[in-house]
Structures are given as structure tokens and as C-alpha cells.
Design a protein around this ligand. Structure first.
Ligand code: ADP
Length: 461
């Protein structure tokens, strides 16, 4: 990727250089043509003036002198020949006849009396008849005036170099910036993905430290790379959990299956050997063990569903907490009332940002436990927004019951997978699922409980 970026920028620099060169060539070509055209015009004016000095088949020497003098002032060294090739007058002769002051003044702007380069000749006509030839070549200009054309050419070249330098350094600066901003995070992702492919699931990509990082974060720029990193970390975490779940489930399931299967086998062998005759009791035993097995399978289904919810990141959406909680509690009101209990909700109508699907599973499990372990009194659900230390608004939900409570010995174990109290009748997975999902959406769970008085579970986000 670095090489591709580098080559792309070299190409940009090359194109910038090429466009500059083309621009310079075109401009200078136009300019040279303009200079050449102007010089031709000047020569034609001098020719017209020389031709005007030929009157009645004779050269008017005073007039011719003035014409060549004018030519000198236009920067042209000239001489005129008649048709036989005899030199009539030259600009050098005109110069030598000049007033010394005038000659001196002309010397300050022109290199006199000799011009430079080859002579070019032009035929002179009067009324369609050739009267002679004008020979001319440019005089070298001195001082600032002489530099005008050169200055333009020089500026053109300067412009070419400076614009090339600006474009080039801009492209190099951008290539460095792009390399840092694009290729570094991609390489980090690539290295992390390779580690995962090798089986190292503990990979977590830390946030990227960018140059001008504080400016970057103060502008709250969370670009595609940051999002890709977040998603990658989420995916790695999902794989980690999946792996842990698989290992955990395999050992737990093996352990949980062994006991009922052993009991079933012992009972069936006893019947086979004729040791047990009380068949209904044996059938009862076998049925209750089979029920345990079914319950275990359902538990695996539960946890798989919860894990599926974990793997599905789902959208972060805004919900009205009051509406959300009351919809869940109202679905359970009937069965709670049938058990002779009450259910109360207490809290304001507040809008919070959360993952509703996961929050739904959390609440449902807490309410189901409260319902299961409460035999008198009832359940109270309360919630509100609160200010965290950093000042960001969070929220909490409390599920309180007046049930049997939890013993201090149990309280440290209830969040473990497959741990269940004595007369739970459940599968010991509810609170483990609640804990995992709470952590996934960036919250924590706390419990306070007094035996025979009740328990209070609080999830804080
Ligand atoms: P399960 O309810 O299937 O047994 P859980 O993981 O949900 O599994 O709970 C684990 C244990 O924690 C329960 O068996 C029970 O002993 C205890 N527990 C959970 N919630 C309550 C509660 N509200 N009141 C009393 N005990 C509870």
C-alpha cells in the first residue's frame, strides 16, 4: 500500500511538472512570436521610410539618413545597396555624422556601432520597380531595456521551478500524511488479523495515536479507520467469547449430562436385573432425570440465543426508558398478579441511548428471577438518569423484590454460569447472561440482598 501511495504521488508530481513544462513552452513560444512580429513591423516601417527617400529615380540622402537613424533608434543596424550592389548608406556612417551628445546618449542604450548575428536582406521597391536592398541585423540592447524580453523568459522559468517545487513538496507532504493516516492503521489491522488467524484471540487494537491527535479528537473526527478498528475489536471480542463459551459449555454440559444419564442407566439396569420391582417410582426417577436433560438443552438454547444477541452488535438507538420498561413489565403483570404479587414501576420519562435488544434480555431475566423467588409482597422497578464522574449522562435500572433473598455464601457465585440456588428449579444461566450483556453494552451490575427480606439488582450504564 505504501509503495502504491508513493508511486501515485510520484505520478502526481510528474503530471504537475509536465503541465508546467507544456504551459511554459506555449507561453514562451507565443512571446517569441510576438517579439518576432514586432521586429518585422519595425523593419517594414524603416523600409517604407527608405523607399520614401527615393524620389525621381534619385536617393534623397538627407531623408535616407533620417530613415537609417530611425532604424538605429529601433535597435537595427542597417545599410542600403542600390540594384548594382553599390552601398548607398550605412547606419555606421549615420552614427559617425551624429552630434557627439546624441551619439553618447545612444551609446548608453545600444551596443554601437556593430549589431549581432547574420544580416537579413529585404528588397526595396518604388512603383513596382526594384530600387535596391536593405540589409539589417539587430543591435544589442544595453541596460534594463535590453533585459525586458530576457526578464520575461527568466520569470517563466522561475515560475516553472517554483510551481514545481510547491506542487512537489505539497505532494510529498500529502503522501507522508496519507501514509500515516491510511497505511499505518491498515498495517495494524493486518497484523492483528494475522494474529487471530494464528489462533491468538487476545488481540485488541488500541486507539490510534495520530500526529496532531488532540486537534483530531477535538474535531471529533471518527473516520472509517476508527470505525473499522472498533468493529475489528468487537469481532475479536466476539470470537474470544465464542471460544470461551465453547470451552465452558463443553465441560459444563459433559458434567451436567453425566449425572442424569448415570441415574437413568442405574435405574434401567436395576429393572433389567429384577432388583427393583417398584416400577412407577423408577419411571418417576427416570422421567425427572430426562426433564433435567431437557432443561439443560433448553439452557444451552437460552445461552446460544443470548450469545447470538451479543454477536449481533445491533443498532444503538434512542428510547424512552419509561415506555420501554413499562412495555416489558405489562407483559408480565398478569402472571405476577396471578401469583398474588404486585408490580410497581417508578421513574421519569427520559430518553437514553442504548442497545434495546440487549437491554430487553437483561430486564426480562431480572424480572423473571424476582418473580420466581418472591412469594409475598411484590416487585418494584425504578430508573433514572444520573451524572457519571466525567459529567456524561448515564442511566440506571433497579429491580427490587420482597422475595427470599440470597445467602451471603451464594451472593458471590450467583453470576457464574450454571450456578443455581437450592430450590431454583432453573438452569443457573440467567444472571450469567445478564452480566455478560451488561458488560457488552458498557454497564455494570450490582446486587444487595437480605435473606427473607428481599433482593435489589441494579444495572448501571
Ligand atoms: P436460575 O434462576 O436459573 O437459577 P440465575 O443465574 O438467574 O439462574 O440465578 C442464579 C441463582 O441466583 C438462582 O438460582 C438464585 O439462587 C439466585 N437468585 C437470582 N435472583 C434472585 C432473586 N431475585 N432472589 C433470590 N435469589 C435469586
Amino acid at each position: 500500500m505504501r509503495t502504491k501511495l508513493f508511486l501515485s504521488f510520484i505520478l502526481i508530481i510528474f503530471l504537475a511538472l509536465l503541465s508546467n513544462v507544456v504551459f511554459e513552452r506555449l507561453t514562451l513560444k507565443d512571446f517569441d512570436e510576438f517579439v518576432r512580429g514586432t521586429r518585422e513591423d519595425q523593419i517594414y516601417w524603416v523600409m517604407a521610410s527608405i523607399e520614401g527617400s527615393y524620389v525621381n529615380n534619385k536617393w534623397d540622402m538627407e531623408h535616407l539618413d533620417m530613415a537609417l537613424h530611425w532604424g538605429l533608434m529601433l535597435g537595427l543596424e542597417t545599410y542600403v545597396e542600390d540594384t548594382s550592389g553599390k552601398k548607398i548608406l550605412s547606419s555606421t556612417e549615420v552614427l559617425l555624422s551624429l552630434n557627439p551628445n546624441m551619439f553618447k546618449r545612444m551609446l548608453s542604450i545600444l551596443k554601437l556601432p556593430i549589431g549581432e548575428g547574420e544580416y537579413a536582406w529585404y528588397p526595396l521597391y518604388v512603383k513596382g520597380k526594384e530600387i535596391g536592398k536593405l540589409y539589417t541585423r539587430p543591435l544589442k540592447r544595453l541596460g534594463a531595456i535590453a533585459l525586458k524580453e530576457d526578464i520575461f523568459r527568466h520569470r517563466g522559468r522561475e515560475f516553472l521551478i517554483s510551481s514545481f517545487l510547491i506542487a512537489g513538496s505539497g505532494a510529498i507532504f500529502l503522501s507522508i500524511l496519507f501514509t500515516i493516516y491510511l497505511s499505518t492503521p491498515v498495517r495494524r489491522l493486518n497484523a492483528a488479523a494475522e494474529n487471530i488467524a494464528k489462533g491468538d484471540l487476545s488481540v485488541k487494537i488500541p486507539p490510534l495515536h495520530r500526529p496532531f491527535g488532540s486537534l483530531y479528537s477535538s474535531l471529533k473526527c471518527h473516520d472509517e479507520m476508527d470505525r473499522l478498528t472498533d468493529t475489528f475489536n468487537y469481532m475479536a471480542e466476539a470470537l474470544r467469547r465464542e471460544d470461551a463459551l465453547r470451552k465452558h459449555l463443553t465441560s459444563n454440559v459433559a458434567h451436567e449430562l453425566r449425572t442424569p444419564l448415570a441415574i437413568i442407566r442405574v435405574n434401567l439396569e436395576a429393572i433389567e436385573d429384577g432388583i427393583i420391582t417398584d416400577t412407577p417410582t423408577v419411571i418417576n426417577n427416570i422421567t425427572s432425570e430426562i426433564q433435567r436433560l431437557i432443561s439443560l438443552v433448553e439452557g444451552i438454547e437460552d445461552i446460544t440465543r443470548a450469545e447470538a444477541s451479543f454477536f449481533r452488535k445491533g443498532p444503538l438507538s434512542e428510547i424512552d426508558l419509561k415506555e420501554f420498561i413499562e412495555t416489558i413489565t405489562s407483559g408480565m403483570t398478569k402472571m405476577i398478579k396471578e401469583k398474588g404479587l404486585f408490580i410497581k414501576t417508578e421513574g421519569p420519562s427520559v430518553t437514553v441511548k442504548t442497545y434495546p435488544e440487549k437491554l430487553h434480555i437483561i430486564l426480562k431475566n431480572l424480572l423473571t428471577n424476582a418473580y420466581k423467588f418472591t412469594h409475598s409482597g411484590g416487585i418494584t422497578v425504578s430508573w433514572d438518569k444520573h451524572k457519571k464522574d466525567g459529567g456524561t449522562a448515564g442511566f440506571y435500572i433497579t429491580v427490587e423484590d420482597s422475595g427470599k433473598g440470597i445467602t451471603p455464601a451464594d451472593i458471590s457465585k450467583i453470576f457464574e454460569r450454571f450456578y443455581k440456588g437450592k430450590d431454583s428449579g432453573g438452569r443457573g444461566l440467567g444472571l450469567a447472561i445478564v452480566t455478560e450483556l451488561t458488560e457488552v453494552i458498557g454497564g455494570r451490575i450490582e446486587v444487595e440482598s437480605t435473606q427473607d427480606i428481599g433482593s435489589r439488582f441494579t444495572v448501571t450504564f
